[in-house]
Design a binder for this molecule. Structure first.
Ligand code: XMP
Length: 320
């Protein structure tokens, strides 16, 4: 088990030189694949890998159909400016097929993991001849998986799964000793622009972690639209993370004086330092009212909007 480096003891330049050397040594003359999602962790790892092995690193953005509005083009654009070429891989069909009919949270996570690692990366790795996948797993992902709280999509060796055996490639995890605050420090030192390293965390299973019940293209589109409103309206809170969650049951509502069954969106906005514990942000009622108004106006089919006031624990940050 890797030893934690706490942010106050993290020497950013020293850490970067050490990890660049480690990646160079491991990959040697070979090539590596790197999955970029645009989150802080994968962005920092992309820059580390780029610094270590340059063109021997192939960076891909997997368009799984579960990302936020315009995310793939936006992220590829950010990195193009930093001199890193990003190939967008369209895997929407594979993910929705794998998720069809699944409602259990852990089964959903497992379907995403298998689709990412076995199907999509397995194929890319085979086609490119790469032997390594470079990825931004952090200590919190490992802790929560080991503790049995949540099967984080990117944790394998620590729970006894050998990626070489299971998927046919090795996984390199240079950020495994850090938590979110440490990754932000490294991201900054690597020259990532503020709009990248200050982005709020977004989970590997993407919007499917925010859909209770079956994940379909239509239900993802609903939560995606609500996410646009929530991110726009809650950015100024400076909170650790904020999100929209789509509930499962239809609820009774009314429109134009008639009953209108619709769906419910739950808004969560978290204060947290490292995602291990979190408390809901004290948002003014005025903002909450505007959130409800804009979500029910801009997201078709939504008749109810709630704000989560539970802490983590017993809640977790994501719903799934
Ligand atoms: P939870 O929901 O476990 O989330 O309280 C803790 C933090 O981790 C993010 N998260 C994930 N990140 N893969 C990731 O890379 C995952 O499977 C995953 N699940 C949750 C979540 O957004 C929060 O910041």
């Amino acid at each position: 088990m890797s030893k934690e480096i706490i942010v106050n003891e993290l020497n950013d330049e020293g850490f970067i030189s050490e990890k660049v050397k480690e990646i160079k040594d491991v990959v040697g003359d070979g090539t590596a694949i790197n999955a970029l999602s645009g989150g802080v962790d994968s962005s920092a790892v992309t820059m580390l890998g780029h610094r270590a092995i340059g063109k021997s690193l192939k960076t891909v953005f997997v368009e799984n159909g579960l990302m936020r509005e315009g995310e793939s083009d936006q992220v590829a654009g950010f990195f193009r400016k930093l001199g890193v070429k990003v190939e967008i891989i369209d895997a929407r069909k594979e993910f929705f097929t794998a998720l069809k009919g699944i409602t259990d949270p852990e089964e959903k996570r497992e379907a995403i993991t298998q689709t990412f690692y076995r199907n999509v990366f397995g194929r890319i790795v085979k086609e490119s001849g790469a032997k390594y996948l470079l990825q931004g797993t952090i200590l919190t992902d490992v802790d929560e998986t080991i503790a049995g709280i949540k099967r984080q999509h990117n944790v394998f060796e620590q729970i006894g799964i050998d990626p070489q055996e299971a998927f046919g490639y090795h996984i390199i995890e240079p950020l495994i000793q850090l938590r979110k605050d440490g990754v932000r420090k490294i991201g900054k030192a690597l020259g990532l622009p503020a709009n990248l390293f200050e982005r709020i965390p977004f989970p590997g299973p993407a919007l499917s972690a925010r859909v209770i019940g079956e994940v379909t293209p239509e239900r993802i589109e609903t939560v995606r639209k609500a996410t646009v409103v929530v991110e726009r309206m809650l950015k100024s809170t400076g909170a650790f993370q904020y999100m929209a969650i789509l509930h499962k049951d239809r609820v009774t509502g009314m429109r134009d004086g008639k009953r209108d069954f619709g769906q419910q969106i739950e808004v969560r906005c978290w204060n947290s330092v490292d995602a291990r514990t979190a408390t809901p942000t004290r948002i003014s009622f005025e903002i909450l009212e505007r959130l409800a108004l804009e979500i029910s106006r801009e997201v078709p089919g939504i008749v109810s909007v709630t704000y989560n006031i539970a802490t983590k624990p017993p809640s977790t940050i994501e719903a799934v």
